[in-house]
Design a protein around this ligand. Structure first.
Ligand code: GRF
Length: 218
């Protein structure tokens, strides 16, 4: 099934923190893009901001992590079954801090989107999360940073890039100020990326995401 051909788009959000991106996406869909809607919020943690947001939005919040299962295989089986049983078309990672199992990535190839608060492939990979990213950007003296939306592959932070947008680094920026300005851009760009991949035809060749002309013959 192509995302852009499906009548409706069922989304599962994966979160580990405050959940502002998840809330922003859901608010956007409810107001401007009702084809998409959140069916599940999956997390590795309880008591986080995203849980309260999910409850307020009336979307089931489910905690799933390997420690709750007798084996890694049992965990992966339950996770994939849950997503399939709920007819999930797209997974949106929104501040999810755990690495995804390869079996999930294989089952949802080019159906898992991640947001990264920097311009990948810079400032990605190990240790590059949260405030650490913005601190590193400032320490390196970068004049621009930004936001990247990409498909998730087995290579962490390296999957095909869907959209990117730059954000200026100001001379007096603290990491916290920069983080805030980047987050504002994240809230603009994530809905655009989901709308793009679910309304326009596209292909991925190698690591390159490309919009295609539906009338073009190859
Ligand atoms: C965002 O900066 C996102 O880019 C990163 O984690 C943060 C999550 O923030 N992956 P929130 O929980 O959506 O507020």
């Amino acid at each position: 099934m192509n995302l852009w051909e499906s009548g409706s788009l069922n989304i599962a959000y994966f979160v580990s923190g405050s959940g502002s991106n998840f809330q922003n996406l859901e608010d956007y869909f409810r107001e401007k893009f009702p084809k998409a809607s959140g069916k599940l919020v999956i997390s590795d943690k309880a008591g986080i901001g995203a849980q309260e947001r999910a409850e307020n939005l009336g979307i089931p919040f489910i905690i799933l992590k390997p420690a709750l299962f007798s084996s890694q295989e049992a965990y992966e089986h339950q996770l994939i079954s849950l997503l399939k049983d709920n007819n999930i078309h797209l997974i949106c990672l929104a501040g999810y801090l755990k690495k995804l199992p390869v079996s999930l990535i294989e089952s949802f190839r080019h159906r898992i989107v991640n947001i990264h608060p920097a311009l990948l492939p810079s400032f990605g990979g190990k240790g590059m999360y949260g405030i650490h990213i913005h601190r590193a950007v400032i320490e390196k003296g970068c004049k621009i940073t930004g936001v990247t939306l990409h498909f998730v592959t087995e290579n962490y932070d390296e999957g095909p890039i869907i959209l990117q947008e730059a954000v200026p680094v100001l001379q007096e920026d603290t990491p916290e100020e920069l983080q805030k300005r980047v987050l504002t851009m994240e809230h603009q760009l994530y809905p655009m990326a989901v709308e793009l991949i679910s309304t326009q035809p596209w292909t991925v060749t190698g690591n390159t995401f490309k919009l295609t002309d539906p009338h073009e013959k190859d």
